[in-house]
Design a protein around this ligand. Structure first.
Ligand SMILES: [Zn+2]
Length: 71
C-alpha cells in the first residue's frame, strides 16, 4: 500500500502557512506554496476573509472552469 502523500488543509491554516512563506520572502514560483485543489489537483492559493464580508477560501492559481469546485 502506497504511503499517503496528500491530505486536506483548512483554509485558516493555509493562510497561516502563506503568511510564513511571505514573511520568509521565499517567493515560490507563481505563488504556488504546495497546495492543490482536491477536485482537479491544480495549484491553489488561500485567500483571507475580505473586509467586504467574503469568507476565507481557496482560489485556483489559474482559473479552471472545468473544475467542479471552480466558481
Ligand atoms: Zn479545482
Amino acid at each position: 500500500m502506497p504511503k499517503m502523500e496528500e491530505c486536506l488543509i483548512h483554509v485558516d491554516l493555509a493562510n497561516a502557512l502563506r503568511e510564513v512563506v511571505d514573511k520568509m520572502s521565499l517567493r515560490p514560483p507563481e505563488g504556488f506554496i504546495g497546495l492543490s485543489c482536491p477536485a482537479c489537483h491544480k495549484p491553489v492559493k488561500p485567500m483571507k476573509a475580505g473586509t467586504t464580508g467574503a469568507a476565507a477560501h481557496f482560489e485556483h492559481l489559474a482559473r479552471n472552469p472545468q473544475c467542479s469546485l471552480s466558481d
